[in-house]
Design a protein around this ligand. Structure first.
Ligand code: PLP
Length: 367
């Protein structure tokens, strides 16, 4: 976590016991802390404070966006891409929605998107950056396609992975609903937000005491909210410098592994170059011939490299990745997702460059 977030949370945990919905002095202090955090989140997300709805994280924000819009238009359809996080994909599938393919580079097929849209569509969900391969979607073009073919539909974007790297406020300006989650940008786990722009109608998932202007009932997680805002503020302040520094580290890592390990394919890049211009800076995703991802992860864990194969959802690495399948990547290849963040150092990249090639060789030998 960002130290600023830890410090802000500790102060709230020690001295911020009040319930922001109460009326006494302690409650009002908690309310002020939540309001200040809401202002920060609104500024970093490019919306009004009243358009922020605090949630328990990215999953709730995504579910709220899909289920909440459909509840306002019974019988209408949701649409999303085949590479969405399950927090979007599963609710869309359960509602009988339409799934739009992505091409080899992981970007949504805009012609297929247009073909999936009509007046029966209530919500279109296209993530800003993918969690497995780090590919960034052309959200402005997506917004044009939605406006042209389903003018009454709401555009939702899952910006959970994008926030540390991209100007979400600018890039998502045309999305009516935007999801973020604090633990992807140095904040705590279990807290996130959904931007619900004024005029966008959604039914709440959680009903009760009417908190968050009746859009999300339940006593707010005050320390989590304050920690998220502290992390968001420093992330945005340092974003440009972090992106430059981490992109250089990521390029060194990816180029080094591509050179050191024959039979390696980098996902989500065009074959020439490789061109990583439409990937977030912290993402290095490689596929190795003749390797089982699980054995590779086990060997890397022993060398203090904490990596994953696909996403880090509860299912672990055992299930094939729907994202790689959607991109047409051979499921027989062993995939490795190395994520870099604001705290990643040169030495850590050196360490990965030293141990990953050896681990791949060993994993190949053990097959
Ligand atoms: N969306 C994306 C793109 C994610 O990467 C994640 C988490 O990994 C989520 C949604 C879910 O967020 P949370 O873990 O906060 O529920």
């Amino acid at each position: 976590m960002r130290p600023e977030a830890v410090e802000a949370m500790l102060a709230m945990l020690e001295n911020g016991f009040g319930n922001p919905s109460g009326s006494h002095r302690m409650a009002r202090a908690a309310r002020r802390a939540v309001d200040d955090a809401r202002d920060v989140m609104a500024e970093t997300l490019g919306c009004h404070p009243g358009e922020i709805v605090f949630t328990s994280g990215g999953t709730e924000a995504d579910n709220q966006a899909i289920v909440g819009t459909l509840a306002r238009r019974p019988g209408a359809h949701p649409v999303c891409t085949a590479i969405e996080h399950p927090a979007v994909l599963v609710p869309v599938q359960r509602a009988g929605g339409r799934i739009v393919p992505a091409g080899r580079t992981g970007q949504v097929d805009l012609a297929a998107l247009a073909a999936a849209l009509d007046s029966s569509v209530a919500v279109v969900s296209v993530m800003l950056a993918n969690n497995e391969v780090g590919v960034v979607q052309p959200l402005a073009e997506v917004a044009d396609v939605v406006a042209a073919h389903s003018p009454d539909a709401v555009l939702h974007t899952d910006a959970v992975q994008a926030f540390p790297w991209l100007d979400v406020a600018g890039t998502c300006a045309r999305a009516g609903l935007v999801s973020v989650s604090a633990h992807k940008f140095g904040g705590p786990k279990g807290i996130g937000a959904l931007v619900v722009r004024d005029g966008v109608g959604i039914e709440p998932l959680l009903r009760g005491g009417g908190q968050e202007r009746d859009r999300r009932s339940g006593t707010q997680n005050v320390a989590g909210i304050v920690g998220m805002a502290a992390a968001a503020r420093v992330t945005v302040e340092e974003r440009k410098a972090t992106v430059e520094r981490v992109a250089a580290l990521r390029d060194r890592l990816a180029d080094g592994l591509l050179a050191a390990v024959p039979g390696t394919i980098e996902s989500g890049v065009s074959d020439v170059g490789p061109d990583r211009s439409h990937k977030i800076a912290g993402s290095c995703h490689l596929c190795f011939e003749g390797v089982e991802a699980e054995s590779l992860l086990f060997l890397l864990d022993q060398e203090d490299v904490c990596a994953s194969a696909a996403s880090s959802c509860a299912s672990g690495a055992a299930e094939p990745s729907h994202v790689l399948a959607a991109m047409g990547i051979d499921p027989a290849l062993g995939s490795l997702r190395l994520s870099l963040g604001w705290s990643t150092t040169d030495d850590e990249v050196d360490h990965a460059l030293a141990v990953v090639p050896v681990a791949v060789e060993r994993a190949r030998g053990s097959r």
